[in-house]
Design a protein around this ligand. Structure first.
Ligand SMILES: CC/C=C\C/C=C\C/C=C\CC/C=C/CC(=O)SCCNC(=O)CCNC(=O)[C@H](O)C(C)(C)COP(=O)(O)OP(=O)(O)OC[C@H]1O[C@@H](n2cnc3c(N)ncnc32)[C@H](O)[C@@H]1OP(=O)(O)O
Length: 287
């Protein structure tokens, strides 16, 4: 498990809300703005790489709940980090974890995926940069993804780190990319550049830069201008209900599986090496 492998805004603001967290009162993890058309930009800003810890996942989840209450038209999830959408789950949450916190972490991850997947509003992502593993799962839970051409990569690299992907993760990907493409993507842990991601349906459009990616998300959200929101939501949720029901039914088992994977000593040993390799890469780059 966890084998070592090289890993390698202008919006006229009508309402601007910036969430602050009790655990990080001096700095907000997400910048949330809503334009005059009711389209929200939820910009992750957990430096340096928007890794998903409990607080960031809860903040995104709460932001979506607020936007639903405010009857926003839609949201665009994006990142303040240059060249990185998100580095996936926060490895520090997984490394020698406190059991109670790990359980909370897992719950926050499940809550976030279900909140995004079952959201009443139109949910999109403007992906400008690396979007691996947990970040890819978050993107898959949304209605639409635009991704910038160039260095950005997206994919689920669980098998590359010695972990078979959870069934619900494979199911989520299959819904978007189909069985064959999911099989290839998951077994190979391929990290897709935007054009390849478009070919397999992992993203919906390729953008030339972040601004273009955001504009494409807005255009997608506005496609629904002539559809009654309640009718759109009803249709979306009826098509997604099977996944949500199945997830809720198996939630306890998914939790146990996750806890078992993370607490396995072999996983922890591999993670030690993996984290060291990430740090080492930096030392080498500085030399
Ligand atoms: C593990 C899964 C287990 C079980 C699955 C069970 C159930 C299924 C549940 C969910 C399904 C989805 C699975 C998700 C698992 C994950 O998401 S694990 C995380 C996977 N992500 C990665 O492997 C990315 C690792 N990072 C990188 O490759 C690079 O850092 C990146 C390309 C993102 C950026 O490169 P660069 O700009 O050069 O920056 P640095 O590498 O120098 O990094 C800057 C600092 O950030 C730290 N960092 C990087 N990634 C993470 C991270 N994911 N978590 C925490 N910290 C991270 C890096 O160490 C540097 O720190 P430093 O400044 O040195 O202190």
């Amino acid at each position: 498990m966890f084998h070592l492998r090289k890993v390698s805004r202008d919006v006229a603001r009508v309402a601007v809300k910036t969430r602050r967290l009790s655990s990080a009162p001096e700095r907000s993890l997400v910048d949330l703005s809503v334009d005059k058309e009711g389209i929200a930009i939820v910009q992750m800003q957990r430096a340096p790489v928007n890794s998903l810890n409990i607080e960031l996942m809860r903040t995104i989840c709460d932001s979506v709940s607020d936007l639903e209450k405010d009857k926003c038209k839609g949201m665009i999830l994006t990142s303040a980090s240059p060249n990185i959408f998100s580095a996936g789950m926060d490895l520090m949450e997984l490394h020698n974890p406190d059991m109670k916190r790990l359980e909370e972490f897992s719950k926050s991850m499940f809550d976030l995926v279900l909140k995004l997947f079952g959201s009443k509003i139109v949910t999109t992502a403007a992906i400008d940069g690396y979007s691996g593993a947990g970040a890819c799962v978050v993107a898959l839970a949304l209605d639409y993804r635009s991704m910038t051409a160039g260095k950005a990569r997206i994919g689920l690299n669980d098998t590359a780190v010695g972990i078979p992907p959870a069934k619900w993760v494979a199911d989520l990907m299959t819904r978007t990319m189909g069985q064959r493409n999911t099989e290839l993507a998951l077994t190979s842990s391929f990290m897709f550049p935007a054009e390849r991601a478009l070919q397999v349906g992992l993203v919906d459009e390729v953008a030339k830069d972040k601004e273009d990616a955001v504009e494409r998300c807005k255009k997608f959200i506005k496609l629904y201008d002539n559809i009654l929101p309640a009718v759109r939501t009803h249709t979306k949720l009826s098509l997604r209900q099977d996944f949500i029901v199945e997830f809720e039914k198996n939630r306890e088992q998914y939790l146990k599986d996750f806890m078992n994977t993370i607490t396995n000593p072999a996983f922890q040993n591999g993670l030690d090496i993996y984290i060291s390799s990430l740090k080492q890469k930096k030392v080498k780059a500085a030399a």
